[in-house]
Structure formats: structure tokens, C-alpha cells
Design a protein around this ligand. Structure first.
Ligand SMILES: [Ca+2]
Ligand SMILES: [Ca+2]
Length: 176
């Protein structure tokens, strides 16, 4: 637990030292077609309580709560069950439900500074959140930390099973 906290603190430090001057758009862009999205909780060091949801651009609706920063376990993962295409924007909403009530969305430019997004690799992004509106917040960016990863859609298990079944039949026929 101690090492985890240290890791989050270190990450937040390196992240917040990046480009404070110009506020980057934290929206994540889907890297390829037919991408399945999953979100993995990395931790939180905050006295406030917050709920993480995501914005479905296709339906213009907000998802059920993915994680609550007080109840989420490190490495908890949620598959979002959507297939996004290359270039699709992926946005989050973080709502403080106990503490200094506020709502931060990566889709709202006035909230952008509350988020730091680091590209880990082509398919994985780390998101760090500051849960007190800046400039009042302490900018530690460890109040909610999670990872977003994109995976290529694989053929449905049904079609693979069918291939296997056909192969078994052919094998039997040969033996007979
Ligand atoms: Ca904190
Ligand atoms: Ca903070």
C-alpha cells in the first residue's frame, strides 16, 4: 500500500511538472477501428469522494458509475462493451459527491486543467485527476487515477468453435 501511494505520488509529480502553461485537451482519441475499451482503476489519494462515468458520444448519455474512488479496488477493471472507431473521442466525467461538490468533464474546456492524460503506449493511456477546481486545488493529480486501454476486437468465440467442430468431423470421416 505504501509503495502504491508512493508510485501514484511520483506519477502525479512527473505529470504535473509537464506543461503547466498551456492546458492540453485531455480527450482520448481511439487509435484504431473496432476498438474495445476497458478502464482499470489505479488508485486515489483524496479526502473527497468522487464517481467516475464516461460520456457515450453516440447516444449522448452518461454511463452508470464505473468507479467510486473510495470503494474501487486497485486493478479493478471494467470493460465498456462498446466498439469505437479510429478517431472517436473518449470523454470522462468525474463528479465529487462528498466534499467540495463539483463536476469535471474532459468534454468541457473549462475543466481540462483538472485532468492529466499520459500516453503509456499506442493503446494505453493513464488519466490523473485533481478533484478541487484549480487554482484552489493542490494539483497533486492523484485524487483519482485510472488507465484506459483499447483492444482490437477478436472474432466471436462462436465462429471459432464452429471451425473446430468442422475440423473434428473431417478428422472422424478420414478415420472411418
Ligand atoms: Ca490528493
Ligand atoms: Ca488534489
Amino acid at each position: 500500500m505504501k509503495t502504491q501511494a508512493a508510485l501514484i505520488a511520483m506519477t502525479a509529480m512527473s505529470v504535473s511538472s509537464l506543461a503547466q502553461a498551456d492546458i492540453a485537451d485531455p480527450g482520448i482519441i481511439t487509435p484504431f477501428d473496432n476498438a474495445q475499451v476497458s478502464v482499470t482503476w489505479l488508485g486515489a489519494l483524496s479526502s473527497y469522494t468522487g464517481d467516475l462515468t464516461w460520456l457515450n458520444a453516440d447516444t449522448a448519455t452518461v454511463s452508470p458509475v464505473l468507479f467510486n474512488n473510495k470503494t474501487a479496488e486497485v486493478n479493478d477493471s471494467r470493460s465498456l462493451g462498446v466498439a469505437l472507431n479510429e478517431g472517436d473521442r473518449f470523454d470522462f466525467i468525474y463528479e465529487i459527491v462528498a466534499g467540495g461538490l463539483d463536476v469535471f468533464s474532459t468534454a468541457e474546456q473549462r475543466d481540462w486543467n483538472q485532468f492529466r492524460v499520459t500516453e503509456i503506449n499506442e493503446t494505453t493511456f493513464q488519466v490523473n485527476i485533481e478533484d478541487i477546481r484549480l487554482p484552489r486545488g493542490d494539483a497533486d493529480y492523484n485524487d483519482a487515477v485510472f488507465e484506459v486501454s483499447f483492444a482490437r476486437t477478436i472474432p466471436a468465440p462462436g465462429s471459432l468453435a464452429l471451425l473446430g467442430f468442422g475440423g473434428a468431423l473431417m478428422g472422424r470421416r478420414r478415420r472411418d
